[in-house]
Each structure stands twice: as structure tokens, then as C-alpha cells.
Design a protein around this ligand. Structure first.
Ligand code: AMP
Length: 284
């Protein structure tokens, strides 16, 4: 496994891989890796023969200095985990490497970014779009892997690639949970024991709402109320939003139907956690 920090070294390695006609699979991350990230890497390994992982805590997608500062980092641990996955290349740039000067370009996709997380985190998705576009230009992957835990992000990236005719297949991978039901997230590391057990109510609430939907309840307001009540039995939980949306355009639905997504954002102990569940007839 090769670790590079500069764009020049990265491009040299990519050039070599392309010369060898390798299919390049790319997994962008912000590090502090967990099984969710590793699941994307394993998916990539099934379909590609040269795997690139980036670790970059992108300041442009944070809308609070404090959140950026507190974002967990452990590069040594990350590299050990990646070594075990036997990937080919890790790109770990410093901030100045990616942003040698403040970029003048501004990328947006209002119909998808002005919803859900985008309402509550102004500038977040513009920062995501910018860094992913830059990384795509540098890595030139054939396929790129994103987790459906960040469902809105996945849809936005997929749309960007389509709109800009980029020759990259964007693949959405399943959300990975702990046995407790908590969606794996690097931010979970910031929770206390009590925060951790309160955070478990998030998925439990989503499951109960899905069961109610399976029994015939289709009114978004009723389902949302059920979820809010359950989540807020945890004294450390504060709901930011609960929405039931169409999986394609992320518009709020008037009646919950098969395939729709219930998406939530909750602050637990001031740590922002997101989760979602698809309304389908699969086991929960
Ligand atoms: P992050 O490091 O949080 O920016 O995440 C990097 C990638 O890993 C993104 O595509 C995320 O959607 C994905 N990811 C993070 N957590 C999970 C999870 N629990 N299950 C599946 N994918 C995840």
C-alpha cells in the first residue's frame, strides 16, 4: 500500500495504474475509519483492481469551526486498518495541498442541496461538491463508492457526475449499523455512554415508524410524530429534522409509499447524527 500526500505523487501513481489498464475504484473519506468505510472498500475490491482511498477532513464542508476542530482524527489507526484491507493507494493531503488558495469557483445544485441537511448546514453540500469534483479530477476513478448513510450526499454526487458527463460510475452502498442499531459514524466517538444509549433510540424510532407504515399508516405527519416522540424520550436527544422523501428528487411526500426514505438528523449531546430507513417490505 502506497501513501501519498501530494497531488503530483497521486497523479504519478494513477498514471501508472492507467498504463496497466487497471480499473480504478475510489472511496473518499474523512478518516477515523470504521466498518461503514471498510464496507465501501470491500465493495470496491469486488469490482475494481486498483483501490484508492482518500482521507481528507474537508474544511469547506463544515459550517462550524467547532465541529471541524472536534472532528475525530487518528491517521495511524486509519493506515493500519487500510493496510489490512490491502488497498493500493492512500491519498492523505494537507489542507494547503487541496486549497493552495481560496477557490473562486462555487458549485451548487439547488434542487437537491436546498433540502434536508442542506437547510440546516448552509454551504455544506457546496463544500462536498467542490472537494469531490476536485478528487474525481485527481484520481480519475472508473467507479466511486458512497454510503447511503449519507443518502442526500450520494444522490447529489450521482447527479453531478451525470450533469457534467463525467465518466465515473457512482455506486451507493448499504448503510452499516452496529448490533445496537446505531448507524456507524466517526462522530459516534464523541458520545458519552448515556449519549450512546440515547442515540440508539434513533434507529429504534425509524423501525417502529416503518412497522406502522407496514400496518397501513401512510400519513407523513403521523409517522414523523411517532419518530419524534420516541427519539425525544432520550433526554440528550434533540431532533433537527424528520422528513419522508421521494428517493429520487428528495421532495417531501404527501403519502408515504414503497421506496420512500425517512431521513432524520438528531443532535445527541451536541453531536449531530444522521440516519435513514427505506420504506420497503424487507425485514427490520
Ligand atoms: P465520511 O468519512 O463520514 O465522510 O464518510 C465517507 C464515506 O463513508 C461516505 O460515502 C459515507 O456515506 C460512508 N459511510 C460513513 N458511515 C457509513 C455507514 N455507517 N454505512 C455505510 N457507509 C458509511
Amino acid at each position: 500500500m502506497k501513501v501519498v500526500k501530494s497531488k503530483i505523487e497521486l497523479k504519478q501513481e494513477i498514471y501508472k495504474a492507467k498504463q496497466e489498464n487497471k480499473i480504478i475504484g475510489f472511496v473518499p473519506t474523512m478518516g477515523y475509519l470504521h466498518e461503514g468505510h471498510l464496507s465501501l472498500i470491500r465493495e470496491a475490491k469486488k469490482e475494481c483492481d486498483y483501490i484508492v482511498v482518500s482521507i481528507f477532513v474537508n474544511p469547506k464542508q463544515f459550517n462550524s469551526e467547532e465541529d471541524l476542530k472536534k472532528y475525530p482524527r487518528d491517521y495511524e489507526r486509519d493506515l493500519n486498518l487500510l493496510e489490512k484491507e490491502a488497498i493500493d493507494l492512500v491519498f492523505m493531503p494537507e489542507i494547503e495541498e487541496i486549497y493552495p488558495e481560496d477557490p473562486k469557483i462555487f458549485i451548487d445544485m439547488p434542487s437537491l442541496t436546498n433540502k434536508l441537511c442542506g437547510i440546516h448546514r448552509p454551504g455544506h453540500f457546496q463544500g462536498v461538491l467542490l472537494v469531490v469534483l476536485k478528487l474525481f479530477h485527481l484520481v480519475e476513478p472508473n467507479k466511486a463508492y458512497f454510503g447511503k448513510k449519507d443518502y442526500q450526499q450520494y444522490k447529489i454526487i450521482k447527479q453531478m457526475v451525470k450533469d457534467l458527463d463525467m465518466d465515473i460510475e457512482v455506486i451507493g452502498c448499504p448503510l452499516i449499523r452496529e448490533d445496537s442499531g446505531i448507524a456507524l459514524s466517526s462522530r459516534n466517538a464523541r458520545l458519552s455512554n448515556k449519549g450512546y444509549s440515547d442515540a440508539q433510540l434513533i434507529y429504534r424510532a425509524l423501525q417502529i415508524a416503518k412497522k406502522e407504515w407496514l400496518k397501513g399508516e401512510t400519513k407523513p405527519e403521523t409517522l414523523k410524530e411517532i419518530i419524534k416522540d420516541i427519539i425525544e424520550t432520550g433526554s440528550l436527544n434533540r431532533v433537527e429534522y424528520i422528513e419522508i422523501v421521494d428517493p429520487e428528487n428528495l421532495e417531501n411526500v404527501k403519502e408515504a409509499k414503497e421506496g420512500d426514505i425517512i431521513a432524520v438528523a438528531v443532535y445527541t449531546e451536541n453531536v449531530r447524527l444522521i440516519d435513514n430507513i427505506e420504506l420497503n417490505r424487507e425485514d427490520i
